[in-house]
Design a protein around this ligand. Structure first.
Ligand SMILES: [Mg+2]
Length: 407
């Protein structure tokens, strides 16, 4: 069997509709997302599908470039082809998540082909299952939103902040869902959060028994994460922005986190995900793959990986997403009792609905920035936040005073 062509499908992901009962602004999606699906064609008519995230409009170009070293190859030799792609890009330096995303999409599709050739689901080619169902967690910022998810069976809720972590909001969700539901907090690695302030925040969160506190400081400086690690007992999670085993290696080897969060769309592929999990297993670290911005096809790959590793924790999921999530692939995944069933069809068990994907041509892939008044860079404003933002009022940023305390 030979690879004959690689096609790409770039889907513009529209604004997220308000969820029923959502508080004003809660369901707004201000960014601009794309999903990049790929299809590898072969001379025997078997096709494999994959997905790459990271910067999809750029990754699409990278995928077509990598096709130059893949067309004519036998798709059976997945690891060798991955190494060939990796070597082919070395002249461009460390290509990061863009290169990782492109190799991920292609490698995922190669696994899909192998499964279809052998008539087996990918999980059965990876060593078989530890579990038939993968627990998921959702996103909520209010008790009402958390209740919507628990009513669907979710047993894990993440509260995300793009700036200060509001302890009162986290406490309100904890009180609403009780102690039978896991809650997590994601600070998104704010570049202006000093290790000291992150430690203050983490200690304030400790009584709320989080499953983990995610990206408390900017991932660019792992020494900062080490300081946070030493300053709190709260479990930490990180790693969504790195690719390959070399990206995740310091998180694991330095024991910086309790949970690694590689993104199934840009980690480097199914095998890279499994290798990362094995590295983590050796340090008694669990894995909860990131899924914040990637699409519904890579979610299938995550399920196959999660089914086969001993240290799977939970899979992230955006339940109330852009409606196209449930149109551009088939079948669609559903959550029951807080988990998704592992697919059993040969390969990944998912196909692209091309006519639906074609309805949403890509236009952009960079996020909207907050409205500003001409980027005046006034101290204490959002517009000032170029990279470091240190002049915002610290007390307001930390929001750690108990409710009712005089400001
Ligand atoms: Mg995150």
């Amino acid at each position: 069997m030979k690879i004959t062509d690689i096609r790409t499908y770039l889907v513009q992901v529209g604004p997220r509709p308000p969820a029923p009962g959502a508080a004003p602004g809660e369901s707004d999606f201000r960014g601009s997302r794309c999903w990049l699906f790929v299809k590898i064609l072969t001379d025997e008519g078997i096709e494999g599908v994959g997905e790459g995230s990271g910067w999809p409009r750029v990754i699409e170009t990278a995928v077509h470039d990598l096709a130059n070293v893949l067309v004519g190859e036998d798709p059976a030799h997945i690891d060798r082809l991955w190494a060939k792609m990796h070597n082919a890009t070395m002249g461009h330096g460390l290509t990061g998540t863009v290169g990782g995303g492109a190799m991920t999409a292609i490698e995922m599709a190669l696994w899909d082909i192998k499964g279809k050739v052998l008539g087996q689901p990918v999980w059965n080619l990876l060593g078989g299952k530890f579990r038939d169902r993968i627990p998921v967690y959702g996103h909520a910022k209010t008790p009402a939103a958390a209740h919507r998810l628990t009513e669907l069976g979710y047993r894990g809720i993440k509260i995300s902040f793009t700036g200060a972590v509001n302890i009162d909001k986290v406490a309100a969700v904890r009180e609403a869902v009780g102690n039978d539901v896991d809650i997590m907090v994601d600070a998104h690695g704010p570049s202006w959060m000093t290790p000291g302030d992150a430690i203050v925040t983490a200690r304030a969160l400790e009584p709320l028994d989080l499953l983990f506190f995610e990206d408390p400081v900017a991932p660019e400086n792992l020494d900062s994460l080490a300081r946070v690690r030493d300053g709190t007992t709260i479990p930490l999670a990180a790693g969504e922005r790195v690719s390959t085993i070399w990206g995740i290696r310091p998180y694991v080897e330095r024991g910086l986190v309790d949970v690694i969060q590689p993104d199934t769309g840009r980690a480097g592929g199914i095998t890279q995900m499994r290798k990362m999990a094995a590295m983590a297993e050796g340090h008694f670290i669990t894995m909860a793959p990131h899924s914040g911005s990637l699409g519904p096809l890579a979610e299938f790959a995550a399920l196959h990986v999660m089914a086969t590793i001993p240290n799977a924790l939970m899979l992230e999921r955006i339940e109330f997403d852009w409606p196209g999530r449930y149109e551009v692939v088939s079948p669609v995944l559903t959550v029951e009792d807080g988990a998704i069933a592992v697919p059993d069809a040969p390969g990944l068990g998912v196909e692209i609905v091309e006519e639906e994907a074609a309805k949403y041509p890509a236009s952009r892939n960079v996020a909207d920035m907050p409205p500003d008044d001409g980027w005046s860079y006034e101290p204490g404003t959002v517009a000032e936040a170029v990279y470091f933002q240190t002049r915002m009022r610290r007390a307001a940023r930390l929001s750690l005073r108990p409710t009712g305390c005089a400001k």
